[in-house]
Design a protein. Sequence first.
Length: 137
Amino acid sequence: MTKQRTLSIIKPDATTRNLVGKILSHFEDSGLTIVAAKMVTLTPEQAGGFYAVHKERPFFGELVDYMCSGRVLVSVLEGEDAVNLNRKLMGATDPKKADPGTIRNLYAESIAANAVHGSDSAENAATEIKFFFPELK
Ligand code: ATP
Ligand code: MG
């Protein structure tokens, strides 16, 4: 395994419930290092651009509205197998199906308001990191 980077977003349902510290602890406790981070409120253009792959899905409008409904903490996590490790820490998209102890099992409210985003492949991670941190070396 080689060192890898992935993009994480702590979503509005979690930031508004003051869960940022608890969620970041899951990353750091598992050996991932936070190499960049910023708290932002996304515009509909940014949220729609970021989730453009889901443009045709019935929940797209709801997803964009939700992602703009409060602050999000966007970060870059680095470590061994970071993409897959972060997905494991997050748990399944639907919190009802997320394994015990995962971030979504512990903190998510619903399939839409599910606490965190994580890149799902190394290729998408590179694109998503560029989207939010174009200056990051
Ligand atoms: P993410 O991309 O946010 O890390 P994911 O990869 O687990 O989540 P995707 O299938 O990429 O899941 O869906 C993107 C996001 O769209 C989900 O995290 C969730 O917020 C929202 N979403 C997915 N399915 C539904 C649904 N059936 N109804 C409402 N919102 C949904
Ligand atoms: Mg996804």
